[in-house]
Write a protein that binds this ligand. Structure first.
Ligand code: SF4
Length: 98
């Protein structure tokens, strides 16, 4: 419940969505990276974060949209909160338990 409470904070931000696929739970950040150059290259390639280094092109959103391919997809607080209320019997009492 603590993890989902944290996800609620994240999905409350504009342009941040949450989804689950076969590999687990992920954030989808719907804005450009500040390091993406106009020519499509990375402006900090040599020192780019580890998550960028581990990213592969095995699956591409151009092949299938995340919304269609994900097991769960939440665009805002209300959607994720409704899911949590169904998933956790004591969701409304989580602050007493954390
Ligand atoms: S590789 Fe990473 S740091 Fe570079 S532009 Fe892409 S997301 Fe940004």
């Amino acid at each position: 419940m603590r993890d989902f409470d944290h996800l609620l904070w994240q999905v409350s931000h504009r342009s941040v969505h949450v989804f689950k696929d076969a590999d687990g739970w992920f954030l989808r950040i719907m804005s450009d990276c500040e390091h993406l150059r106009t020519d499509g290259r990375c402006g900090i390639y040599a020192t780019r974060p580890q998550v960028c280094r581990e990213h592969s092109n095995d699956f591409c959103e151009q092949d299938e949209s995340i919304e269609n391919g994900a097991e769960y997809y939440f665009q805002d607080y209300a959607q994720l909160n409704a899911y949590c209320a169904k998933r956790f019997r004591n969701w409304d009492k989580r602050f007493e338990m954390m």
